[in-house]
Design a protein around this ligand. Structure first.
Ligand code: SUG
Length: 416
């Protein structure tokens, strides 16, 4: 059995809109009320997937969830009021950011030798808390092979959990035993700390991880206050490399020491604040990047286009590419529609280390399927959505029909 890392990108849903729902997410707040372009957004996502399919030879995807969510509207006793959050929450396409779908512990790390997935409860934000029941159902289909996967219940809702966006894994190679690092926030600051320590501790126990190979680290409260609502906005890991901003963790050196104690081969690439300020890192999403091991063993960083447009960030990237460090290539991609809601290349993917043959093949991409996705999206996704359009009969019909067409094209009818 050959274990590889597969990136499961969220297909951007037909209801993608800018309602400014995420307190502490600066991009979401600053684009509140803007017109969104769901078709362009979803096509940008497919183009990103095509690039990584060509680079890595493997790519997966997850589906948009059913919207509008009438059950949520009912639970909220939504009566047509103009309250923005109540109006927009049942329409959110936020499941596109699959880094928040689940926490994943690959088979080499777990006691029973299965890959364990715990869907994230996402309880801190109303529009995100609606995701998990549908996400769990989908994970049970995509990773339904019980010989190789275990899909758990969510962590109790007392403990906020935002999944893989706050989880890193260090290893010599993806298929070998890893050290899992769980990054949490402490409440009490200006913005919510969305990832609680307790949820990660119980997930680590439930996944059957070796306590000696688990590290729990506190996020820098100043980073949360500056808009790093998830740790993957300020750091990313791959194999032995941690690419991080110097102000990511509450105790930066202590974090490196704790990881190194469990994983001595750790290689830290720290970006100093005088090269890229915390604010610029969060604005450009330099760290919300996919750090990939290419077939020749070298590493490439897939960053948002916004990084190339920032003089400070691009200067740093050029110097990094010219250096002897582990990251030799920086590749910008256009995911601007997602970025405007605070989701970069890393938010859009869930990493699962497994044998592709054990995954439901309907969730794996090839060129023909990418063509099919482009075709369905071009034909069915709304070109644009103004926040005032939400709940209109025409948009409701189009959004429901778009998802139905996608499921029919992929023959994933059990999630209808
Ligand atoms: O949870 N944005 C998402 C972005 C998630 C990014 N994910 C990672 N960092 N892994 C969030 O804040 C915006 C929705 C709105 O404003 O309509 C939103 O939910």
């Amino acid at each position: 059995m050959s274990l590889v890392e597969i990136n499961f990108d969220g297909i951007v849903g037909p209801s993608h809109n800018y309602a400014g729902l995420s307190l502490g997410n600066i991009a979401s707040a600053s684009h509140k009320g803007d017109t969104s372009y769901p078709r362009a957004a979803a096509l940008q996502g497919v183009a990103k997937m095509r690039g990584n399919l060509a680079r890595l030879g493997v790519q997966g995807f997850l589906l948009p969830l059913p919207r509008p969510n009438h059950a949520l509207a009912e639970a909220l006793a939504y009566d047509g009021t103009e309250d923005r959050a109540l109006r927009a929450a049942p329409w959110s396409a936020s499941s596109m950011w699959t880094a928040n779908a689940a926490t994943v512990s690959p088979a080499p790390d777990t006691r029973d030798g299965k890959c364990h997935l715990t869907p994230a409860n996402l309880v801190t934000m109303l529009h995100r808390a609606q995701e998990w029941p549908d996400t769990k159902r989908m994970l049970e289909v995509a990773f339904g092979n019980g010989d190789h996967f275990a899909v758990h219940d969510i962590a109790p809702v007392t403990f906020g959990d935002e999944g893989a966006a706050n989880h890193m894994r260090f290893c010599e190679g993806h298929g070998t035993a890893g050290v899992e690092v769980f990054v949490f926030g402490r409440p009490g600051g200006k913005f919510p700390a969305r990832q609680h320590e307790q949820s990660f501790r119980l997930i680590a126990r439930r996944h059957g991880l070796d306590p000696a190979r688990c590290v729990f680290i506190e996020q820098n409260p100043a980073a949360i206050e500056a808009g790093a609502f998830h740790n993957d906005v300020v750091s990313v890991a791959n194999e032995r490399v941690l690419f991080t901003h110097a102000e990511a963790f509450a105790d930066q050196q202590g974090a490196y020491d704790a990881i190194r104690a469990a994983f001595p081969a750790l290689e830290v690439v720290e970006v100093p604040s005088d090269a890229v300020s915390l604010e610029e890192a969060i604005r450009t999403y330099l760290f919300n990047a996919q750090l990939l091991t290419l077939p020749d063993g070298s590493m490439a960083l897939i960053v948002p286009e916004e990084c190339r447009e920032s003089a400070a960030v691009w200067k740093y990237c050029e110097a990094m590419m010219a250096s002897n460090g582990p990251i030799r290539e920086v590749i910008p991609v256009d995911v601007r529609q997602s970025m405007a809601n605070g989701g970069g290349p890393a938010c859009l993917r869930l990493r699962v280390v497994c044998d592709p043959a054990t995954v439901d093949p309907r969730f794996l991409l090839d060129e023909a399927k990418a063509d099919l996705l482009d075709q369905v999206i071009s034909e069915h996704w709304p070109e644009q959505i103004d926040p005032a359009d939400l709940w209109s009969e025409a948009l409701t019909t189009q959004v429901v029909a778009a998802r139905t067409a996608l499921l029919a094209a992929l023959a994933i009818t059990e999630l209808d």
